[in-house]
Ligand binder design. Structure first.
Ligand SMILES: [Zn+2]
Length: 209
């Protein structure tokens, strides 16, 4: 066989596409023709393993690194989200007893009902008032609680309210509907962080402080 024909067949031979008869002819020729053998070796080297290995390594390695980096990024993101969520949750849910100087207290009478309102001077702070039943001297005591207003809960009331329904200047309705005759001993205690403010409930009858 001529060298040109052998060289034309070599790509197919390397890929294993040639017939057994051709293979035999090619191998016989390569044994006797150093030029074609060198050509064959160069062609084989350029087509097979080394280059494919290099190519696949180049592709696989960065992919592995990227994967590691991606997992790390996901992990860091999750931790940051947890911290931010925890911080935000704490910010909006922890309450504190406000100082008297931070609170505006007003009194209003509508019909028989006298309402005390407590607003924090910081408009971003909402207020609630808790009634304490377990005071030692039996007086009525409310404890104010302040909390950062959650902008996602627009319906939240800003102020705290506490009120009495007066039957006349010295008689109020209790929560259970019974009536209570007020004396000078009937005192409402408002607990602030810095002090207790005491008000004679009788004095609220006219709706003024
Ligand atoms: Zn040859």
């Amino acid at each position: 066989m001529k060298c040109e024909i052998i060289r034309d067949l070599l790509p197919s031979y390397i890929e294993g596409l040639t017939s057994e008869e051709s293979n035999q002819s090619i191998e016989d020729h390569l044994k006797t023709c150093p030029k074609c053998k060198k050509y064959f070796e160069e062609m084989q080297a350029s087509i097979t393993a080394p280059e494919i290995d290099a190519a696949s390594k180049a592709e696989i390695q960065p992919f592995k690194k990227l994967k590691k980096k991606t997992w790390r990024a996901i992990g860091v993101t999750v931790i940051i989200c947890a911290l931010v969520f925890g911080g935000v949750t704490y910010y909006y849910n922890h309450g504190w007893i406000p100082s008297s100087e931070d609170v505006n207290m007003t009194c209003e009478k509508v019909g028989d009902v006298v309402t005390l309102s407590f607003y924090n001077k910081d408009k971003n702070v909402t207020m609630t008032a808790y009634l304490d039943y377990s005071t030692k001297d039996g007086s009525e005591q409310i404890t104010l609680n302040a909390r950062h207003a959650n902008p996602f809960k627009k319906s939240m009331r800003q102020g705290a309210y506490y009120g009495y329904t007066f039957i006349d200047d010295s008689i109020v309705y209790n929560e259970d509907g019974s009536k209570r005759k007020l004396t000078d001993e009937d005192i409402l205690v408002i607990k602030y962080k810095d002090k207790d403010v005491k008000i004679k409930i009788k004095d609220l009858a006219d709706g003024k402080l």
